[in-house]
Design a protein around this ligand. Sequence first.
Ligand SMILES: [Zn+2]
Length: 470
Amino acid sequence: MPSTLRVQLQLRIVSDDDAVIQDEVILELDKSDDRIEAVGLCLKDSKDLLGRLQNAVVEAQAAAYVNRHRCCSVCSRRLRGKGQYPIVFRTVFGNVPLASPRFYRCRCHPADSKTFSPLAELFTEHTAPELLYLESRWASLISFGMTTALLKDVLPVADTTNPETVRQHLHQVAARQDADLDGEPASLVDSGSAADQVSPIPREAVIVGIDGGYLRNWHDKKRNFEVIIGKSMAEDRDDRYFGLVRSQDATPERRLREVLRRQGLPTDQPVTVLTDGGDSVRALAGDLPAGSEHQLDWFHIAMRMAVLGQYAKGLAHDNPLEATALQDRLERIKWRLWHGDAGEALNRARELAEDVAALTSPYSGLTRLVKATAGLVTYIGNNAAAIVDYSERWDHGEIISTAFAESTVDLVVSRRFAKKQQMQWSKQGAHLLLQTRTRTLDGTLHDLFTTWYPAMPANDVQPTSFAAAA
Ligand SMILES: [Zn+2]
């Protein structure tokens, strides 16, 4: 015969003067021992337990807080009550309904208002920071729907939790993060003196790659919009990411400084910024700390030249002589670029574009070839100032390519924004998600929360970078 154990969970809450505030059984479990699936606590047991425990603890804390504030802080006279109103505190272990009492202020001292509610001072927000953190973190990694399902699977979160509430919470967190950039964030004030003492390291030791990616626009389904992703790599420091949608960002130049600060570098740290030379990315690199350098990334130059090389190859079938000459001229332009001679590369690209435009050939790719050579002229012209002597840097072992930035775009954008499934985004939604996603990926989302909620306990699961795992 199987036997059944009755497990009683007793909760005892004691004040610091040893007075028992609560002492009662909060949960009883009947546990049989005849089948493996009945051994131990099941998820449902854990949710029931945590939910009830949370209720009791929050109620006791709220009651203690009200108790401490129910007498006048000046004359200690007991305050007269003026009813109460309901509030709900949303936590990872469920919603806790509370009655928030209102008191008349004591007349022994002047005050702005007649009444006040002590709990309004404690519950400055009605969502627990840890719930905001958990929702933002997971919704940064997986969809809002999957985040909801995950939380409901393992935690007694409120039944009302749904993809929309998770999205709203993430947006709140991201908007607050952006607001910190605009104003004087507490974190900057705190570490201000320390940050001042940090002295810059050599420019070559801090490489920032910035690259763009495209998302499908929810509001205008035929169009894409650009997201900009950056990665800062500094010697002896962990990598940090940032991302933004240009039209949603009033202060894009602050983002780079914020990233440098998070790497323990002074905000005037000179950096080497590598970009693909696209218009919006180039604009972002326009306001860099003094002594910084904007460098057109060699990887993108080489890609362009390779594409042109392919067209030249295609031409070989119909115009073999012209094709060989074209390939030869492309090689020479590439060589000029490799040695940082943008002026001569531009001259040669112009001549090449004119000659290609005048070419007569049955080659089906001719139009594309003409367009691509003209594009090369524009590209070199726009980015001439950012074309450096790559050969020299290469010899010195310096980074000359943002292939790493492109893989960052892949990591930050593709996997969560589901480019392949053609998911559609609003510019605002994408911008906000990029804020929490970059902090989640580089492992600093929890740090962000502790700047807002200093007493928030550290997570014993090391919130390390997801970059490698994702
Ligand atoms: Zn008083």
